[in-house]
Every structure is written in C-alpha cells, then in structure tokens.
Design a binder for this molecule. Structure first.
Ligand SMILES: C[S@@+](CC[C@H](N)C(=O)[O-])C[C@H]1O[C@@H](n2cnc3c(N)ncnc32)[C@H](O)[C@@H]1O
Length: 195
C-alpha cells in the first residue's frame, strides 16, 4: 500500500502539513540531538529540519518511500543511513541512538505499543523520543466523528483516527517532558525521556 502511495505522498501530505500539522516538523528538528533514528521515515520530509551536526538513520517498510528519502537526502546534501525494516523489530542494538523520532505513522503502524517499546530499547538512557501524530480529539463530538471516519480508513488504509500514543509511551517507562495538544486536541506532539 505505501509503495503505491509513495509517488503522490509529498503532494498530499504538504496540504495537511499546512492546515493540520503546522510547525510539527520544525518542532521535531529543534529537539533532535546526536544520533537520530527516524522510524517510518517515509520520503524524509523531516530531513531538512534536523540540525547539521546530527547523524540520521531512517527506517521504513516501503522501498518506494525509502527511494524518495534517499533522493531528498542527496538533494539536501545530507548523509542518511536508510534501512528497509519493520518498526516492530528494529534491526539495531540496544542503546544506539540519542533521539528516536516517529511522525504521522503510529496512527497506521499495526502494533504501536511494540514500536514504542522498540524505540525505547534502541535509545540510550537519557535519550529522547519525539512523536508527532493525529490522535483522538479532546472534544467529544469530534471524537465521535473521528470514530465514524475510522471505520472506513482502518479498513481501506489501515489508518486509525482515535488512537492516542501518550498512554503507551508512559506504559513503556518513558517520562513525559513535553506534551502539546493542538487543533481541537486532534494533533499531539510528545517529547519523552528514557530514564
Ligand atoms: C503517513 S507516512 C509518514 C511518513 C513520514 N514519517 C512523514 O512524517 O511524512 C507512514 C509511513 O509509515 C511507514 N510504515 C507503515 N508501517 C510501518 C512499519 N510497520 N514499519 C516501518 N514503517 C512503516 C510507511 O511505509 C510510510 O512511509
């Protein structure tokens, strides 16, 4: 599915970045330090926001997405170590990264708890987890509408509208350092630390 979506992805997500996830990629870049792992890196839309002194590793399930991320990195003159793989089974040793990022993807990754546990495993103690995603709204009528939409999107695209990552992050043992709910609570930005 993501291989098929790859050619049109940049154009489609640019619209949502403007109206919904505004400033989210800048938010991630400003909080990224050291050895950065981006899980479900897609076409690499966060790449231009990472500080120059960071080293970037990206992982994604889709070869077509990874090919576009490689092209973007070369256009930006950035080195990125790209891996094809599953967020549920990260092919990295424990305590390898200073920052783990996952943007707009835990809404569709089949087992988000497992993916968060894997990011916890590969972070060094004191390392930072950065998440950006759409989540269940804090406003009940909107939450209801999201549930209705979800009945279609989870069947058609494996995408959930009413998930929320914060309880999973806390259950994994991270300490929440920063948490913003935006756009009637439908967008969440989380910064969490591995103790
Ligand atoms: C909506 S795109 C987000 C891409 C990118 N993170 C961004 O911010 O634009 C979702 C991405 O998740 C990837 N993905 C879905 N399930 C995955 C999994 N289990 N492991 C790794 N990547 C996965 C897809 O291939 C796709 O590139």
């Amino acid at each position: 599915m993501w291989d098929k979506a790859a050619p049109a992805y940049d154009k489609q997500i640019a619209f949502y970045e403007r109206i919904w996830f505004t400033g989210g990629r800048q938010w991630i870049g400003a909080r990224s330090r050291g050895r950065v792992l981006e899980v479900a890196v897609g076409t690499g839309r966060n790449l231009s926001f990472y500080p120059r002194e960071t080293t970037i590793t990206g992982l994604d399930l889709s070869p077509a997405m990874l090919a576009l991320a490689a092209r973007r990195a070369s256009e930006l003159g950035r080195v990125i170590d790209l891996h094809e793989g599953d967020a549920a089974h990260l092919p990295f040793d424990g305590a390898t990264f200073d920052t783990a990022v996952c943007a707009l993807s835990l809404c569709s990754i089949p087992d988000p708890q497992r993916a968060i546990s894997e990011m916890h495993r590969v972070l060094v103690p004191g390392g930072t987890l950065l998440l950006l995603d759409h989540v269940a709204s804090t406003w009940p009528p909107l939450h209801g509408a999201q549930w209705v939409v979800e009945q279609a999107t989870r069947r058609l695209a494996g995408e959930f509208q009413t998930r929320r990552q914060r309880p999973l992050v806390e259950a994994t043992g991270f300490t929440i350092a920063e948490a913003d709910r935006l756009k009637a609570g439908t967008v969440e930005r989380l910064r969490a630390i591995k103790p």
